[in-house]
Design a protein around this ligand. Structure first.
Ligand SMILES: Cc1ncc(C[n+]2csc(CCOP(=O)(O)OP(=O)(O)O)c2C)c(N)n1
Ligand code: SF4
Ligand SMILES: [Mg+2]
Length: 351
């Protein structure tokens, strides 16, 4: 039934945000993914987060590569800017768009094949450069679109649907993001919307490279016994280190928290991250400790989720390059092209 267009009329009693949009205004086309695919739950979480954050859809740019995961931007934020790039090339296209117009919210959507194999270099450089974006990997441990080959995030010793053993070591994208200098790193599970929605909201308002690894089971090729990316495995081995309450700048804190129960991180825009500790000694502001903890638990077969690391004072690529404020498309020709005399002067200074 995917050829059916979604009805555009909404029920008048649907709740609206401050722009007068309902949640449905943040949806996209009807999904063509397999029923039960984790990727559809991530799309729903993105829709919820953008609606609750009151983001005007035309201020969001969604970019992706190739894969079932990279198809998903068609199924959310239908009124936003979108660019479906080449396999593994989303980060460089997003970087270019961000340099030309820093005023938009950039949402990069990718898969474990897209980011951990062909796009590994692009993944690495976009994070180490601090591109201001939310980079989401919908991680199912397989190439879903090309019918279930192991991806580079598949765990050593895990088995394919047909019983083949994966003998290669896995790439843990969250650990790699930490090592590369990402200033916001989270991990979640497509089946845990309560954890995922606040993580996405906090990442959107983080002014730097925010990466979220979302374990997203592929029901067609990697949801069997022997897989470590199945619904059952993740439910049994999910170790959440904290629960995030995201408080936008305009909202008051209404809940009561006992002293020592929460860690508070204030982001540059004034929004508050209230982290309820689920693990006694976990400190999400300590990069090295976060890396160690993830590896320790991984060795025990556990998947650590939650807000793994945040830098409350991030710097983005524009700060690194000291670029001029403002979007190129709003600059007059004289500003964009200062003329041959200015070029001559610049060339002379480099001789
Ligand atoms: C340059 C190039 N190489 C290979 C392919 C074939 N291909 C398409 S999608 C894909 C992998 C997708 O896996 P992933 O990114 O994990 O997405 P999923 O489908 O699992 O969500 C591959 C290898 C391609 N489209 N382009
Ligand atoms: S093949 Fe796997 S990843 Fe692709 S839509 Fe189906 S369940 Fe999702
Ligand atoms: Mg995949």
């Amino acid at each position: 039934m995917t050829y059916l267009a979604k009805p555009i009329l909404h029920h008048p009693s649907l709740p609206k945000n401050s722009h007068g949009f309902t949640r449905r205004d943040y949806e996209g086309a009807i999904s063509t993914l397999c029923a039960g695919c984790g990727h559809d739950s991530i799309s729903a979480a993105i829709i919820q987060a953008c609606f609750e954050l009151d983001l005007p859809p035309h201020r969001i740019a969604k970019l992706s590569g190739i894969g079932c995961s990279s198809k998903t931007p068609t199924y959310f934020l239908g009124a936003s800017h979108g660019f479906n790039s080449v396999h593994g090339r989303m980060p460089s296209v997003l970087t270019g768009a961000n340099l030309a117009n820093r005023e938009l919210v950039y949402l990069g959507v990718s898969g474990d094949g897209d980011s951990a194999s062909i796009g590994l270099g692009q993944f690495a450089h976009s994070l180490r450069r601090g591109v201001n974006m939310v980079y989401i990997v919908e991680n199912n441990g397989v190439y879903g679109l090309t019918k279930g080959q192991f991806s580079a995030t598949a765990d050593k010793g895990s088995k394919s649907k047909k019983g083949a053993l994966n003998t290669d070591s896995p790439i843990d994208l969250a650990s790699l993001a930490l090592q590369l200098g990402a200033t916001f790193v989270g991990r979640s599970f497509s089946g845990d919307k309560d954890q995922l929605v606040p993580l996405i909201k906090a990442a959107v308002l983080h002014k730097g490279a925010a990466f979220i690894d979302v374990i997203s089971p592929c029901v067609a090729f990697n949801n069997h016994q022997g897989s470590t990316k199945s619904y059952d495995y993740i439910r049994e081995h999910n170790e959440a280190v904290n629960f995030l309450d995201f408080i936008p700048r305009r909202d008051e804190i209404t809940a009561d928290y006992a002293q020592g129960e929460v860690t508070t991180v204030r982001q540059h825009d004034g929004s508050l991250l209230l982290l309820r500790k689920l693990h006694e000694s976990y400190d999400p502001t300590n990069r090295i400790a976060a890396m160690n903890y993830i590896h320790e638990r991984q060795a025990e077969g556990e998947v650590v989720t939650g807000l793994l690391y945040v830098d409350a004072e991030p710097e983005d690529l524009h700060a690194h390059l000291n670029t001029r404020a403002g979007a190129f498309n709003l600059m007059a020709e004289a500003e964009l092209c200062p003329g041959s005399a200015a070029l001559e002067k610049l060339n002379a200074s480099l001789r």
